[in-house]
Design a protein around this ligand. Structure first.
Ligand SMILES: *Cc1c(COP(=O)(O)O)cnc(C)c1O
Length: 475
């Protein structure tokens, strides 16, 4: 398929703007562009076809099953988009007087309140724009808290090796030294190791729970107690909240800081790099440090900056329309629907895991939460078929692959997260495809090495694509 620039025909372009009715002023030379803009020129019809063709070449939640572990690729109810498209939410300006946007401020405040209630925290700032952004903000809170008490020796963050990769990255960016501890064979935190590393230099622990292998750490209360007793704080990576929302609350498990991913748990389309939201929440003793703007009030709403704020994580109050979608989702589900969604997410994952266990080796045998991890290392030894080959085989069956080669602690890992929005029929179909690919591994491995054959592109040079990405079209 040719690029839109290659389809461009001079003078074919659309004229959507009225002719300019003010004098044209030349920009100062320093500010004017040095090379031509090269906007593609196509008719509306051609543009529409171009993007529709592109859309057909990819796979989204609207095309089929998308069990990408850790990413919670669930169906997003259309009502969220309808509400977020209302002109009262879209035709406003961040610098408008507060009196003229009371409804929008109430949305922000209500979302903050709902998230406090769901997570068990005392305050939430909606400013961070992604999960990792929320992590960074949360770690800066921990830093500010210790520094404010004059306790400058707490420079280390403990991160179990079952944590999401962003955890050690965020801790490093926030200026901490990362102490990694290995997990037990059952995927849980090794309490003895934790006890051995905590001390006067511990700023905190960062825990992903359920962790990246899909398990809820059964020693969670013991873990948070060990860290608190050493004077550290507990950070909860809440990106996997889909498994527990409305059932248990990190704030009740001894956590002091949390981020959640509105663009996972609270249903906002993601995956293509669109706007996200990673609110950061905390207990009252940290609230003064939160990034602002935040909203205060019960009848009249106003913005405020927390007293000792770590500063801005983003301009104004974050990605407002993502918050509108998330709030719509929370209010549509309500108090009974939220835990129900979690239960179904966990049920769906356990159903698939149980049905697949007679073919595929599970990395961990016990019940999972919202996702499970298979290890294909034995299959690879026996047949030469790797996790990558199975993933490519799924593509030929219109199923998006699970997360591959992650978590790093499991060899030949495939991490499956069905989500609660899939029906039994969809799960049964995916199970039968996965079983068929397993049989094919033993009977006709060569064919699987060739997959995918039906997709727009075959196997890509992934290393080159990552190391030498071509991000610009050269005219
Ligand atoms: C997705 C995810 C993150 C990071 O969130 P982004 O919005 O992608 O930055 C962090 N932790 C876990 C467990 C995740 O699944």
């Amino acid at each position: 398929m040719s690029l839109i620039f290659e389809k461009s025909i001079q003078e074919r372009g659309l004229t959507i703007f009225e002719a300019c009715d003010v004098p044209i002023i030349e920009l100062p030379v320093a500010q004017s562009r040095k090379i031509d803009l090269h906007l593609p020129e196509l008719s509306e019809n051609d543009i529409s076809r171009h993007y529709t063709q592109l859309e057909k070449k990819t796979h989204g939640v609207n095309d089929g099953f998308y069990p990408l572990g850790s990413c919670t690729m669930k169906y997003n109810p259309r009502i969220n988009e309808e509400i977020a498209g209302l002109s009262g939410f879209t035709n406003i300006h961040p610098l408008q007087p507060e009196t003229t946007v009371q409804g929008c401020l109430e949305v922000l405040k209500t979302a903050e309140n709902c998230l406090c209630e769901i997570t068990g925290m005392d305050a939430v700032s909606l400013q961070p724009a992604a999960g990792a952004h929320g992590e960074f903000a949360g770690l800066m809170l921990i830093k500010a808290y210790h520094e404010n008490r004059g306790d400058l020796k707490r420079t280390k963050i403990i991160v179990p090796d079952s944590a999401h990769g962003t955890n050690p990255a965020s801790a490093t960016m926030a200026g901490f030294e990362v102490i990694s501890i290995t997990s037990l064979a059952d995927g849980c935190v090794d309490l003895e190791k934790l006890k051995a590393v905590v001390g006067e230099d511990t700023a905190g622990l960062m825990l992903t729970n359920p962790n990246t292998v899909g398990l809820f750490d059964k020693n969670i209360l013991e873990i948070t107690k060990i860290v608190h007793q050493a004077g550290g704080l507990n950070y909860y990576d809440g990106a996997n909240l889909n498994a527990i929302m409305g059932i248990v609350r990190p704030g009740d498990m001894g956590f002091d800081v949390i981020h959640v991913n509105l663009h996972k748990t609270f249903s906002t389309p993601h995956g293509g790099g669109g706007p996200g939201s990673g609110p950061v929440g905390c207990k009252s003793q940290l609230a003064a440090f939160l990034p602002g703007l935040m909203v205060t009030g019960e009848e009249f709403f106003a913005f405020f900056k927390p007293e000792k704020t770590i500063g801005n994580m983003k301009n104004f109050y974050g990605n407002f329309l993502v918050v509108v979608k998330a709030l719509t989702y929370m209010l549509t589900l309500g108090k009974s629907g939220i835990p129900e969604a979690s239960r179904h997410a966990v049920l769906n994952a356990n159903y698939m895991m149980a049905k697949l266990a007679d073919c595929y080796d599970m990395a961990y045998e016990e019940h999972c939460m919202h996702e499970f991890v298979m290890s294909l290392s034995q299959l690879k030894k026996e047949t030469g078929i790797s996790a990558m080959d199975i993933a490519k085989g799924l593509l030929d069956n219109d199923i998006h692959p699970p997360t591959m080669y992650f978590p790093l602690i499991v060899e030949e890992a495939l991490m499956v997260e069905p989500t609660e929005t899939e029906s039994k029929e969809v799960l049964d179909h995916a199970i039968s495809i996965l079983k068929r690919l397993f049989t094919q591994s033993h009977e006709n491995a060569e064919a699987l090495h060739q997959a995918p054959i039906k997709t727009a592109v075959r196997r890509l040079d992934e290393l080159n694509a990552a190391r030498n990405p071509k991000l610009r079209y050269l005219f």
